[in-house]
Design a protein around this ligand. Sequence first.
Ligand code: COA
Length: 377
Amino acid sequence: MADDLHRGLEGITVAETRLSSIDGENGVLVVGGFPLDELAPNATFEETLFVLYEDRLPTESELADFQSELADSRRVHPDAIDTVVDAAERGLPAMDAVRMGIAAASLTRDGEEDPHTDAKLAVAQLPTVAAAYWRAREGDDPVEPREDLGHAANYLYMLDGETPSEERVRGLETYLNSVVDHGLNASTFTARTIVSTESDVISAVTGAVGALKGPLHGGAPGPVLDMLRDAQAADDPADLVQEILDSGERVMGFGHRVYDVRDPRAAVLQSAAEEFYAGREERAFFEAAREFEDVAVDVLAEHRPDLRLETNVEFYTAVLLNGVGVPKELFTPTFAVARTGGWTAHCLEQLENNRLIRPRAAYVGENDREWTPLADR
Ligand code: COA
């Protein structure tokens, strides 16, 4: 094995960023210079995006301009909507539809290719694509975006055609802010690699969606929701956790590659979920999830005393998104709605000081094979 082989690039630093900082040992996440618990519950998603793009908070008029620029760009090309609807009718996975739909954002580009314009087009159109897919899956026509609603509110509106309550919008907004950026994860690295060739930002977002589709990256909250529903029906949640472990499976929503302690996003999303569920009939679901967390942490500690397996971002994502009315099938696309902010900000950052990303591979193949003509093989 080559001495300098770093499988999966683990521990290798390949870029400088001012977008987010992760302290895995102490469980601290800073986004755009703000501790996550300062930014996520307070900012609108547009404010968070502005902070990532411009490295400062917007003034009132700058925010209004930015919001209307995004709102004006929400409409997806009709041919792209047809493709997304076709994908839904064929039963293709939501992320395949999102990849195809967002790739077509180039069709709505007015004028020359420009990284900043492309970034806004991608951010503005991803929710429209995801919602159109969901509507078609349910046998309904797409709901046209509304320019008078903010980014998060309009996404919820396009899912069911109803103006969402402030509580639902706040819950979704806190989620979007919490997962907008997280260092050089696989999809963000993909996006940076694509623009490092001086390709365009829409290509980068399309590639990043492909990377996020994989279950090792964006796919855990759906299974978390299934598990929590099973836990609610089980006599003893501890038995359920033990059964999962005995069958050699992992307990979804626990453990993280980067965090040695509880994922800081779990705390922010837990608070948001607690606030959202307060006083609602469905509060029992939140309480059951809290109880399940405690039980599972204990069972996991007994199972693996050498590790500290605590809740990661996906656990309370499932609880919160379920509460605000995002269907389980859209959990990963909704992650993409948020992460498009991070992907595009990373693209712009990469282009500020670009260097083609081009690592090496250690060759382990043959060197002097002799050619055999086809007829002799
Ligand atoms: N349940 C049970 N065991 C777990 C576990 C979990 N949630 N997470 C890690 N482990 C165990 C693994 O089985 C492994 O055991 P081994 O040493 O006997 O092979 C050990 O801990 C280390 O796992 P590894 O996959 O090398 O650690 P990692 O740091 O790369 O794992 C995750 C990170 C997220 C992939 C992992 O914790 C996991 O699969 N969690 C469940 C899925 C999930 O919630 N994903 C969303 C992540 S945000």
